[in-house]
Design a protein around this ligand. Structure first.
Ligand SMILES: Nc1ncnc2c1ncn2[C@@H]1O[C@H](COP(=O)(O)OP(=O)(O)OP(=O)(O)O)[C@@H](O)[C@H]1O
Ligand SMILES: [Mg+2]
Length: 496
């Protein structure tokens, strides 16, 4: 149980509330939390009683004590019983909407339990509370499991397995960190499977965990786990950016977190389309060995996950809880930018983002990208929010050679058969994405002609593609002008 869940429960008890609403889906965790709390409150192991509409009252070992399944009768039973206890009534909120008698019975019970040292807990995954009960009930949200809880739970499963000795403390810690964001049940099922499949080696286990977590995150709405990371050597050029990333490698490790060293809060990439902004987000996660989670602002704004303000706030909370991670907000100007008709459509979200950037836990590293920086409000760029603002321009000649080499190799070409000087010359003012595109097209052409793939195929294709820089010349010029004094070039040399 999270400290905050427990602390919140403590506050409710201290305030003398007799009825609580536990919102959350993890029933076994709730039971454990209440059992522990009941033990310390009453000093014995028998003071938590459970109730469900199918079984009536039963104790922690599952033995039915009173088969009263009618909810109103069950509430009367609690009122009439002299026993001091915690009662956990599961799913009762789902029955409230159709049954005004039940609402009345709860209001009565609120009066009757006052000062009797007996407490009623209603649990349900969603919040369903009639207006008439809101003032009487103390709300507790069951957060996602903490690292400590996950470690304990993983430990329990590991101990019960034949391979427990291999699953040492470091193993449990690493798995728990990777599992943050999952429920205890989800984590438990996953560990059980990994042990059964013999996938306990960390190199095999961690990718499996991250894959499973991506499904868990999907259920949370606007966050998406990106499992394609990019290594530094897959990036051509952008030396300043690479150095920045490389020199901060050791900051996002357990040792650094524990030492309390101040961590960078975030980075903003702006620049010409196709020059590697999105790729850079993946590079950071890859180089720092952190999970990359994309915050999908289109989903936030769509309303499909509740009011945009709520969906945004919720997504940030979840991101905080599963930290350490890289949180990626792509094409930021589209969601936070000024809208073209003058009104600030997403002002609230933008304001809460700025506040959050200053208060967020340091283990959430934010990577944001923007194509049209002039659309972003100036506050975003002000010092202190992002540690670094990088400008990604069209690649220089050397950079084009590096990019060409990377993509020719990736397409299975024999590098020594390619005249890189020639290819760099014919791709002048092309973006990295366009270079990748033209190499792929050349590879396809060679394949169709049943020839070995060569630089002539690339040249042939360059003549048939128009790079964006030709149609967007003016816009790129403006971007460069804007960036001169405001951003650091991601490349070492500026000349094209
Ligand atoms: N410097 C580079 N080295 C290697 N590949 C590159 C480079 N720049 C771009 N690419 C290739 O181009 C692809 C597209 O780049 P990316 O999506 O990162 O650009 P972007 O700046 O985000 O563009 P957009 O503004 O259109 O979103 C990358 O996935 C990568 O394969
Ligand atoms: Mg992009």
């Amino acid at each position: 149980m999270t400290d905050t869940t427990q602390a919140r429960l403590g506050k409710g008890l201290l305030s003398g509330y007799p009825i609580f609403y536990l919102q959350g889906a993890e029933e076994s965790r709730m039971k454990e939390l209440l059992a522990e709390q009941a033990r310390s409150h009453y000093g014995n192991d028998q003071s938590l009683l459970l109730w469900s509409v199918s079984r009536g009252f039963y104790n922690q070992t599952g033995v039915i004590t009173e088969p009263i399944t009618d909810p109103v009768a069950a509430l009367r039973h609690i009122a009439d019983s002299p026993r001091k206890a915690f009662y956990l009534m599961q799913d009762l909120p789902a029955l409230l909407a159709d049954d005004p008698r039940l609402v009345r019975a709860l209001r009565d019970l609120y009066q009757e339990l006052a000062g009797r040292d007996t407490y009623l807990f209603l649990s349900y995954p969603e919040l369903i509370l009639p207006e008439s009960l809101k003032k009487q009930i103390f709300l507790i949200l069951l957060g996602i499991p903490t690292e400590a809880e996950l470690i304990r739970h993983i430990g329990q499963i590991a101990e019960a397995s034949a391979v427990a000795v291999q699953l040492n403390e470091e193993w449990r810690y690493q798995c728990a960190v990777a599992m943050k964001g999952m429920s205890l049940d989800e984590a438990g099922h996953l560990i059980t499977r990994l042990i059964r499949e013999g996938k306990t080696d960390l190199n095999t286990a961690l990718p499996e965990i991250l894959e499973e977590k991506s499904y868990a995150l999907l259920k949370e709405g606007c966050l998406q786990y990106i499992n394609k990371s990019v290594q530094l050597d897959q990036v051509g050029g952008l030396e300043n950016l690479k150095e920045w990333v490389d020199s901060r490698r050791s900051l996002f490790t357990r040792q650094a977190f524990e030492s309390g060293i101040p961590l960078p809060a975030g980075i903003l990439f702006m620049g010409v389309s196709g020059c590697g902004k999105s790729m850079a987000a993946k590079v950071i996660a890859g180089a720092w060995n952190l999970p990359l989670v994309r915050l999908d602002m289109n989903l936030v704004l769509s309303g499909a996950y509740g009011a945009p303000e709520y969906a945004f706030d919720h997504a940030l909370r979840v991101a905080e809880e599963i930290a350490p991670l890289v949180l990626w907000i792509d094409e930021m100007e589209n969601s936070f930018g000024y809208d073209l008709h003058g009104g600030g459509g997403n002002n609230n979200i933008f304001a809460s983002f700025l506040t959050w950037m200053q208060e967020k836990p340091p283990t959430v590293f934010v990577v944001a990208t923007a194509n049209r920086i002039e659309k972003l409000p100036a506050e975003v760029i002000r010092k202190g929010r992002f540690d670094q603002l990088f400008f990604l321009d069209l690649p220089t000649e050397d950079e084009r050679k590096a990019i060409l080499s990377i993509h020719i190799k990736a397409a299975g070409g024999a590098l020594d058969k390619f005249n890189l000087n020639l290819l760099a010359a014919v791709t002048k003012n092309w973006s990295g994405a366009e270079i990748e595109q033209v190499v792929k097209a050349a590879r396809i052409r060679a394949y169709q002609d049943k020839r070995e793939f060569s630089d002539q195929d690339v040249v042939w294709n360059t003549a048939r593609m128009v790079p964006l820089s030709r149609t967007m010349e003016e816009q790129i010029k403006q971007l460069r002008l804007w960036s001169v004094n405001r951003a650091t070039p991601a490349s070492k040399k500026a000349e094209v």
